[in-house]
Every structure is written in structure tokens, then in C-alpha cells.
Design a protein around this ligand. Structure first.
Ligand code: KOT
Length: 835
């Protein structure tokens, strides 16, 4: 052991105390010393900051001991590379994972404050768009809880996903200023900054030993500064680091070497550099060819790999063993340029022979694909890629040549196959195919649900599967039960714990013990009572914020997710209009009262998605104000759907809408959060729905719609939505009502693009699935009336969701891809703990 490992770190004052009085005083101290306020003039945000810093202090011994542990060279560390981490608010989950929520609640109460009010102050770091970024956050939490050495690498966007406002029922995007009051959860590490180069040209030279080498002479250099955030596990000491990079001007480069005396040029350069990490691209799919986006990707990947190499060498490691120190996971293709960057660093900068470097690279990387949508497969126009990363383009050509030589042997010179496999798309304008680069450079490739992983092998990555079947795996997504049950649904968590103990929090499979209570009248009653209370809370919130009265005894039918045609929020709307028409036709009709709740953001440039929001809000306006129906149907669009706002939503759902066209949703993770909280699902055989249905039992899942095979057949045989429109009277009536201007103050033009797209094109087959969906919804309504049956189904849904924990998913990644094992972190007390 080195002295570093045996010595404890000495600090002046102990900030680990957890006595209620100690906590109260710590908060008061932080208010005074950090916020510069005394209680009478302090804002709620000041108190939040004082509390956040109090919690952060208590995390510090765990964090520092964790870091110290990982510096040992024999420890293999997972590096999760992701352009997005959608963490959600820190304070609540950190209190839970540290096990100090009740102590803190009491300490705060003793200062005359309510913990809930302070929690509400936090601006969440919205550094992601949706599923992909949120998955990265759940995985970071599970990695820490499972005591796996891990580091997350990403981008510290100054502005995260935009805040959504609704004006006149339309989405308006507002800048997300999440850093404006400061961020107590990060520590900048300017001493660990690295330089990242862009543009310019390459030059061949012969080194001292007479070897042929290439050097890259960049046109500009940007400095990457890391900001570290602790990610603490549940009831463990392990506290991993999320290291996010911010771009700054490389002053020495600009001010001295190149731009001597050119002050204004240097100012321009500063602004240009800082632009790089200003804002998250708010699209769920890539915007083809946006240079700044490629700059962001390369920037954080280069920062991350330089950081890992420095850590490895700092611990005395040899670069030929780099893969034994780090297992690097590529979260989709956004960080795929890492394959070329690691080769460049190893070959050009550290002078490894190509073959040795290639072996290290392939052993290092794993690649997760998150989408089959053809428009979402990233490719970069060759001229753009080459002008920004000239050396990387050369390296990619070299990788490609060697790869195609190998493939040629396998496919016996089948030139079409080789063209399909090539890292360069040469079918028209030339592109670099990022998914191909990721596949060639990784030892493992996985999809995110069984169905998705199968489809990958049959469709977009078919040729790679033929070449390397052994590389392909499935890793079905999961969600963390700490945030998505314990934190967001304390009442249900308590009921569960009273019956089966607390083990379920880290062994979600334990929920299966609830099966024994599925028929238990008393348990059912308590289960219902909790659902009712949680629904009442959401109803109160909706009343207060949106001034819409909803009935907590109605069926809460909820669809929250990004707005996208393939997710088919407009199919849900067609159901609402169908019910509306039934009531208008027969005012005395007996239907189950329903509250339809939507939430989600549309990409700012996605006109059709924005029109989908407008159609939801327009239908809401009419339905909610029609006295004939409004006690039976209400429609609510929750503005600004984000992690914070989602937390009260999942627990309040009776019905979870998972209605994407079969084959389009890679997995989904919201589907898991709903079911875990006892909602029943109405869904298609898409993504992880298939596995959820298998797990909870077909009889506890409302299935409808075309299968993938049927979708394919229908499309091949020439799908004609117009026929469905004409031969389905209820459908026709619903569509006609939209078209007539009924929901748009007589404006018949407003929804024309939406209606025309459905009736004449319908790429997502809403019309083909309409009747099955309506019939299935009718069954849902009937079943909801059988209260005991519904409650039993609800209990069984929660009871059987154990598999969908992100702990299970991470264990599989550790075993099958990363080959890493847990290491427990021992706390060495820095000073005597206080009594
Ligand atoms: C975005 C751009 C390019 C490629 C993929 C994406 C992407 C995919 N963004 N979010 N996803 C979602 O990822 C989730 C986590 O795996 C899935 O559950 C969901 O189905 C994807 O749509």
C-alpha cells in the first residue's frame, strides 16, 4: 500500500454530523457563510442552497474515499460516454440514498421550513432530451448502488433542454437557465483541463527512429474544463463521479502563440470557443450535418479519452493495457468518434503500433444502439467531417480499408455487401456512417430490449451481424427503483415495506412477494386508498396551476413522453374524440369517467409534433368546457414535462399509454415506471412492452394493434389509409370533426396538415390500428369498473416488475460486456464523528 492509501485526510472542522441539532446549525452556518444571509432576509432559494451544501458536505468523505480507491491501478473502471445525462433534481435522491431524509426534514422543520418547499427550489439539470439521457442517469445511480467503479463523461451544457410554455395552446420554447442561481452539486476542476484541437491539416514526417508518422496541425484549440458531480449509491459509501466538460478559450494558444496583439480576434475566439457547450440540441433525433453538434461530440469524447489516459498513466499504467483499466460504453453513436480518437491518441501521440492500438480500442469499447428509425442513424457529410477532423478522417479510412479486407474474405468479394458495410456511404453524396464506426470499433454491440436487439440483427446492422454474430447482445433497459418508486411514491413504498420489508429497494425482484397480497381485501383497500390519495395530490396540483378541476375518482389515462408521430399521441386524441362523439350522440350514455393527461416536449423544428400539441390543447379546450361531457371526460396537457414534473405523475396513473407503432420504439422506460407504480398498460407489441407483458402476465396487460410482421405486410401490400377512413364510421366522424374546424374556432386550415397526413399517408398506421385501439379502450373502461379485479391487476403489475430495475440491467452489462466487479469503499473517518 502506498502512503496515500493508508493516511487519512485531516480537515479542520467535522461536517459529517447527522444529529438534528447539528444539521440545523450546519444549515444556519451555510446560510451565513456561503449565502451571506441571515434567516429573516433569506429567500427560499438561499435556504435550499444552505441545505444542499450541508448535504454535499456530508457526501464528501464518501466521494473522496471512492476516488482514492479507484486510483489503484488494478481496478477496472466503467466509463459511460453519453452526450446526455438527464439527472433530474439531486437533493431528494441524495437524501434518500444517504438515508437522512427524515433527519433533514426534522432539522429543516426546526428552522420553521418545510422540506418540500426547499426541494421545489431546485432547478433540475435538464442535460438530455428524453429516454436516452434519462437511461444514462438511472445507470449512473445503479452503478454507484452496486459499488461498481464508474465515471460518466458528458457535456456541461450551459442551457439544457428548453423550458416549455404553452401560449394559446402552442408550445413556446424558453431558455433553460439552470445555472443562474449557481449549482451546489458540481466542483470545477480547472487543474485537470485538457486541450482539444479542431480543423487544420495533417502532415507526414519521419520520427527520430525513422518511423513514418503523421502530425495534426490544427486551426484552433479549445480548452475543456471538467466539472465533477457526485453520484451517491443507496446505503453504500460508493459515490461515483459524473464528469461534464465545459469549453473555454485556450488563452495561451490565442493570446500568445497565434494572435499576438490581436485583442479583438482573441475575444472572437473566446466567444467562439464557449459557444461549443452553450446549448443542448433539443432533438430526439440527430440533425443531419450541424457542424456545432459534431464539434460537441468530438469535444467531449476527446476530453474524456485524454482524461482516462492521464489517469491510467498517472497510476503507472501501460497504454497497451488501457482496456484493462477502462471499459468504455458508447451511448448510441453520439460519442462514436471515440473509436478514431483513441486510435489517434495511441498511434500518433503515444506511438503505439497500429495493430496493438487497434486491439486495445476494440477491447475497450462497447456500443449501445437506441433506435431503429432510419432518419436517426447518424452520418456526417464527408467534407464537413474532413474539414473539422482531418486526421480522424484519415484514421477512419485506414480502419475502413483493413475492415473491408477482412469482410471481403468473409463475403467472398460481394461488392454490394462491402458497399453496405463500408464506414463511408458512397451511394450518393459521401458520408461517414457513425454506427458502422461504432460497430467495427467495439467488441460488443447491444440493443435495449429483446425485440429491438432482434430487429437490429435483421435490419440496420444485418450485415455486421452476419460478419460477427458473437458481438451482438441484448440488454433490456431498466429504471432505478430509488427514484422511480421510493422517492416519487413514498406512500406506496411504505405500504410495500410494511408487508415485505425493505429489501426490494435494492433487490427489486422481492416485489414478487406482493403477489401473496393480490387477492387480500385489506391490502387491496390500502392499495386503492394510496392510489386515490396520490391522484388527489395530482388533481390539486392541476387545479392550482392550470385551473382545471378533475375528478380523482375518474380513470387517470396518462401519456407522457416526447411528442412524436411514431409515439402516436394523436391516436390517443382520436379515442378522446370518439368518446366525445358518443356522449354527444347519446347524452345519457354510461361511460367510465376519464381524465386524459398528456405531457411532453416537441423538437422546436418538428412542425407536425407541435401541431399534435395544438390539437391536444384544442380538444381539451372544447371538451373541458362542454357542460354535457365535462363531468365525464377531461383533457389536461401538463406543460414543461421534465424529470421534476414527472415524479408525481407516474404514481397517479391508472392507465399507461404505450401505443407506438410496432417496431418503432426501441424500448421505452416510462412504460416501466408506470407499471412499477401500479398502472396498467394499454400498449402495442413494441419495445420493452413485449417483455413487460410477459412479466406481468398477458391477462394483466391491455394489448392491441398490429404486430411488426403485420405492419411490414401491410406496408408491402400497399397500405391505403383512405380505405380505413371510409370504412370505419367512428374514425371518419372523429377525423371529420377535426377537419371541420370544430376544435379550431372554425379554422379549417389549422389541422389540415395533420389530417391530410393521416388520411393520405399515415406512415405510422394510426388508421390501421384505430379500431383495435378503441375496442381495447372499451375493455379498459369495463375492467376499471370491476374495482377488485383492477386492483388485483394493479398489484400484480408492481409485484412483477422486478426485472426492470436498472440494477439488473447494470449487472448484465458488468458480466457480459464490461467484465467489472464491485469494490466496496471503506470510510476512513477524517476526524472524530460528533456524538
Ligand atoms: C436519439 C438520437 C439518435 C439515436 C437515438 C436517439 C434516442 C433514442 N434518443 N432517445 N432514445 C430512446 O432511448 C431510450 C433508452 O434506451 C429508449 O427507451 C427509447 O425507446 C428510445 O427512443
Amino acid at each position: 500500500m502506498t502512503t496515500e492509501q493508508t493516511q487519512s485526510i485531516q480537515v479542520e472542522d467535522d461536517r459529517s454530523g447527522l444529529g438534528i441539532e447539528t444539521l440545523r446549525r450546519a444549515i444556519a452556518d451555510n446560510l451565513f457563510y456561503l449565502q451571506g444571509k441571515w434567516p429573516e432576509i433569506a429567500t427560499l432559494n438561499d435556504f435550499y442552497m444552505a441545505l444542499a451544501n450541508t448535504v454535499r458536505d456530508r457526501l464528501m468523505p464518501r466521494w473522496l474515499n471512492t476516488i482514492r480507491n479507484y486510483r489503484r491501478s488494478e481496478v477496472r473502471v466503467v466509463a459511460y460516454l453519453s452526450a446526455e445525462f438527464l439527472l433530474g433534481p439531486h437533493l431528494g435522491i441524495k437524501l434518500i440514498n444517504l438515508g437522512i431524509e427524515e433527519l433533514v426534514r426534522q432539522a429543516v422543520a426546526d428552522s420553521g421550513l418545510a422540506l418540500e418547499d426547499l426541494l421545489a427550489q431546485e432547478e433540475e439539470p435538464g442535460l438530455g432530451n428524453g429516454g436516452l439521457g434519462r437511461l444514462a442517469a438511472c445507470y449512473m445511480e445503479s452503478l454507484a448502488t452496486l459499488e461498481i467503479p464508474a465515471i460518466g463523461y458528458g457535456i456541461r451544457y450551459e442551457f439544457g433542454i428548453f423550458d416549455q410554455e404553452l401560449r394559446d395552446g402552442w408550445q413556446v420554447e424558453v431558455t433553460d437557465k439552470w445555472l443562474q442561481y449557481g449549482n451546489p452539486w458540481e466542483i470545477p476542476r480547472p487543474e485537470s483541463a485538457v486541450m482539444v484541437r479542431f480543423g487544420g491539416r495533417t502532415e507526414a514526417y519521419t520520427d527520430d527512429e525513422g518511423a513514418y508518422r503523421v502530425r495534426w496541425i490544427p486551426a484552433r484549440v479549445v480548452k475543456g474544463v471538467p466539472y465533477d458531480t457526485p453520484i451517491v449509491g443507496y446505503y453504500v459509501n460508493t459515490t461515483n463521479t459524473l464528469r461534464l466538460w465545459r469549453a473555454e478559450a485556450a488563452e495561451s494558444f490565442n493570446f500568445q502563440a497565434f494572435n499576438q496583439g490581436d485583442y479583438y480576434g482573441a475575444v472572437d475566439q473566446k466567444i467562439y470557443s464557449e459557444n461549443l457547450t452553450k446549448v443542448l440540441y433539443p432533438n430526439d433525433e440527430p440533425l443531419q450535418g450541424k457542424q456545432l453538434r459534431l464539434e460537441q461530440q468530438y469535444f467531449f469524447v476527446s476530453c474524456a479519452l485524454q482524461d482516462m489516459i492521464r489517469l491510467h498513466r498517472g497510476a503507472g499504467g501501460d497504454l497497451r493495457q488501457f482496456h484493462q483499466k477502462f471499459a468504455v460504453q458508447l451511448n448510441d453513436t453520439h460519442p462514436a468518434v471515440a473509436v478514431a480518437e483513441l486510435m489517434r491518441l495511441l498511434v500518433d501521440e503515444h506511438r503505439l503500433p497500429w495493430d496493438a492500438a487497434w486491439e486495445v480500442s476494440q477491447s475497450t469499447f462497447g456500443f449501445t444502439n437506441h433506435t431503429l428509425l432510419p432518419e436517426a442513424l447518424e452520418k456526417w457529410p464527408l467534407p464537413l467531417f474532413g474539414s473539422l477532423l482531418p486526421r480522424h478522417l484519415e484514421i477512419i479510412y485506414e480502419i475502413n480499408q483493413r475492415f473491408l479486407d477482412q469482410a471481403r474474405v468473409h463475403f467472398l468479394g460481394d461488392s454490394q455487401k462491402l458497399a453496405q458495410l463500408s464506414l463511408i456511404d458512397e451511394s450518393g453524396e459521401r458520408y461517414v456512417r457513425m454506427a458502422h464506426l461504432a460497430c467495427v470499433g467495439s467488441h460488443a454491440i447491444n440493443g435495449v430490449a429483446e425485440l429491438h436487439s432482434e430487429l437490429l440483427k435483421q435490419t440496420v446492422l444485418k450485415d455486421f451481424y452476419q460478419l460477427w454474430p458473437q458481438k451482438f447482445q441484448n440488454k433490456t433497459n431498466g429504471v432505478t427503483p430509488r427514484r422511480w418508486l421510493l422517492l416519487c411514491n413514498p406512500r406506496l413504498s411504505q405500504l410495500i415495506t410494511e408487508h415485505i420489508g425493505t429489501d426490494w429497494v435494492c433487490q427489486l425482484e422481492q416485489l414478487r412477494q406482493l403477489e401473496a397480497y393480490a387477492e387480500d381485501r385489506e391490502f387491496q383497500r390500502q392499495w386503492r386508498q394510496i392510489k386515490r390519495a396520490v391522484k388527489q395530490d395530482l388533481a390539486d396540483h392541476i387545479q392550482q396551476t392550470l385551473n382545471i378541476a378533475i375528478n380523482p375518482d375518474s380513470l387517470f389515462d396518462i401519456q407522457v413522453k416526447r411528442i412524436h408521430e411514431y409515439k402516436r399521441q394523436h391516436l390517443n386524441v382520436l379515442h378522446i374524440i370518439t368518446l366525445y362523439n358518443r356522449i354527444r350522440r347519446n347524452p345519457d350514455i354510461d361511460i367510465v369517467p376519464r381524465t386524459f393527461i398528456f405531457g411532453g416536449k416537441a423538437a422546436p423544428g418538428y412542425i407536425m409534433a407541435k401541431l399534435m400539441i395544438k390539437v391536444i390543447t384544442s380538444v381539451a379546450e372544447v371538451v373541458n368546457n362542454d357542460p354535457q361531457v365535462c363531468d365525464r371526460i377531461k383533457v389536461v396537457f401538463l406543460p414543461d414535462y421534465n424529470v421534476t414534473n414527472s415524479q408525481p405523475v407516474y404514481p397517479a396513473a391508472d392507465l399507461s399509454e404505450q401505443i407506438s407503432t410496432a417496431g418503432k420504439e426501441a424500448s421505452g422506460t416510462g412504460n416501466m415506471k408506470f407499471s412499477l407504480n401500479g398502472a396498467l398498460t394499454i400498449g402495442t407489441l413494441d419495445g420493452a412492452n413485449v417483455e413487460i407483458r410477459q412479466a406481468v402476465g398477458a391477462e394483466n396487460f391491455f394489448l392491441f394493434g398490429l404486430t411488426i410482421e403485420e405492419v411490414q405486410q401491410l406496408q408491402e401490400s400497399g397500405y391505403n389509409p383512405w380505405d380505413y377512413y371510409n370504412r370505419t364510421p367512428d374514425l371518419k366522424e372523429a377525423i371529420n370533426l377535426i377537419n371541420s374546424g370544430f376544435f379550431s374556432h372554425g379554422n379549417r386550415e389549422l389541422f389540415k396538415p395533420l389530417v391530410d397526413s393521416l388520411v393520405y399517408d399515415d406512415p405510422y398506421l394510426l388508421l390501421a390500428d384505430y379500431s383495435a385501439y378503441i375496442d381495447c379502450q372499451d375493455t379498459v373502461g369495463q375492467r376499471f369498473r370491476e374495482t377488485d379485479t383492477w386492483t388485483r391487476m394493479s398489484i400484480l403489475n408492481s409485484a412483477r416488475m422486478g426485472y426492470f430495475s436498472s440494477d439488473r440491467a447494470i449487472r448484465e452489462y458488468c458480466q457480459d460486456i464490461w467484465h467489472v466487479t464491485p469494490i466496496s469503499v471503506q470510510l476512513k473517518p477524517y476526524v472524530q464523528a460528533d456524538a
